[in-house]
Design a protein around this ligand. Structure first.
Ligand SMILES: Cc1ncc(COP(=O)(O)O)c(C=O)c1O
Length: 427
């Protein structure tokens, strides 16, 4: 094994993080190659810096005027150069500060520095490579973002184990969750995504505490637990009793046998879907800063080996956005707009008859809501498209997902009455 990987493994020795690493993760490291040599040169090469594979003129990156004329408000250095593999330092520290601001439970707890990825998808992929071996199980609710299957099963050859998300009273089915977690053996991997895609559900404070208690119990029994927290839709919580912060904060120092990994980013939170900016942040009880650095180094290796580094211009734009005095207000305005659509959906659904062939699954947050359909949901999807010009997503033949986040409030009523009408027409 590479000498640097051995050193990192030694630093992590004895921790749950070390035990949870996959073969890939155990092997991985961040090489002292071009990146670290050019880092050294940045500090010491006062005469000429002939290290990085970029073209400069008078120390400024060269550029094409046809591109440059389109961009205002950023210097050439904020647009064109490669970003560092872990991300632009100021963006990382500002994002961390925001994370603590948004998650009071996280304050005072030691975590890694956020590492910048090319969107959340890439972050999940990188962490899956580092922690999942072929044949291992990974638990997700039966309502989950389909890309998990492509990542964990398609790429990593793991097995996704699902549990029925809701019990009869419309809250998270904790018994089923526990059963699935116990079926994993001594290494337990779990993905929690709130607000959930596709249901739009987030737990109440009491429910979240029960999940935390369950994870504590499993860790305390001697299992190693890896909890992926997918916070793609963070912040879009529309009901009073919903947990308004990430579960990551609640489990960040829960138990020495538990490692939590938070995935968040600009995609939905900053309304910058195509920027491809996400963050990976680790937390585990008892991990010291050298151990977090070791985890970061392994992760940087996996980032370097996949995309090398995330987009510089996107990071610069996001940093300027975060630092803008109007940023908080602008996000609040966007939140209110989506929240108003949510309440409109509730109002329209509330006025529909109780004999509807469509039953909404519990929802209280995020972009989506999902119906259970008495007929064939795929046929309904096609009928909605052909007869009404309405696009929705069928999940198998039972569920229909509606992204009300992308329909203006004045059209919400028509959207839902059309779906109801179409659903009746097919039965
Ligand atoms: C639950 C969930 N996680 C992650 C993502 C992907 O985020 P990104 O576009 O940043 O890769 C999505 C996007 O739809 C999602 O629904």
């Amino acid at each position: 094994m590479n000498k640097i990987a051995l050193e990192l493994n030694e630093t992590l020795g004895g921790t749950a993080a070390a035990r949870l690493l996959s073969d890939f993760g155990t092997r991985f490291y961040f090489p002292k190659g071009i990146i670290s040599q050019s880092g050294e040169a940045k500090k010491k090469a006062t005469r000429f810096n002939a290290t990085v594979g970029m073209a400069t003129k008078q120390n400024i990156p060269m550029f094409l005027p046809s591109i440059q004329k389109l961009i205002t408000g950023l210097s050439e250095g904020e647009i064109y150069p490669y970003a560092p593999t872990p991300g632009v330092p100021e963006l990382r520290s500002d994002w961390k500060a925001e994370m603590e601001q948004k998650n009071p439970s996280l304050r005072g707890k030691l975590t890694s520095e956020p590492l910048v990825t090319s969107g959340l998808t890439h972050g999940i992929m990188v962490v899956a490579d580092l922690f999942v071996n072929a044949g291992e199980k990974i638990v997700v609710p039966d309502m989950f973002w389909g890309n998990y299957r492509l990542i964990f099963e398609g790429r990593n050859q793991a097995e996704i184990v699902t549990f029925p998300f809701f019990n009869a009273s419309g809250t998270i089915n904790l018994e089923a969750l526990e059963q699935s977690l116990r079926s994993c053996g001594k290494k337990i991997s779990l993905v929690l995504n709130f607000p959930n895609n596709p249901t739009g559900y987030s737990p109440s404070i009491a429910e979240a505490q029960k999940i935390v208690d369950l994870l504590h119990k499993l860790a305390d029994e001697g299992n190693d637990v890896l909890c992926y927290i997918d916070d793609a839709y963070f912040g879009l919580f529309y009901e009073e009793d919903t947990l308004k912060e990430s579960l990551f904060g609640l489990i960040a120092d829960l138990h020495e046998n538990l490692l939590a990994v938070k995935f968040d980013g600009a995609t939905k939170e900053e309304l910058a879907w195509g920027f491809r900016l996400g963050f990976i942040t680790y937390a585990g009880k008892g991990l010291n800063s050298e151990q977090y650095t070791a985890l970061q180094k392994k992760t940087m290796g996996a980032i370097r080996a996949s995309i090398s580094n995330a987009s510089r211009i996107a990071q610069s734009l996001m940093l300027k956005g975060l630092q803008s005095p109007s940023h908080i207000k602008e996000k609040e305005d966007a939140f209110q707009l989506l929240e108003a659509r949510y309440h409109k959906v509730r109002e329209v659904l509330g006025s529909q008859g109780s004999d509807s062939p469509l039953t909404p699954l519990p929802f209280n947050s995020g972009y989506f809501m999902t119906f259970t359909y008495q007929g064939d949901a795929e046929k309904l999807r096609v009928h909605l498209l052909d007869a009404y010009g309405i696009g929705t997503i069928a999940i198998g033949t039972t569920y229909l997902r509606v992204a009300y986040s992308s329909v203006d409030i004045e059209n919400v009523e028509e959207l839902y009455t059309s779906i109801e009408k179409a659903a009746r027409e097919l039965l």
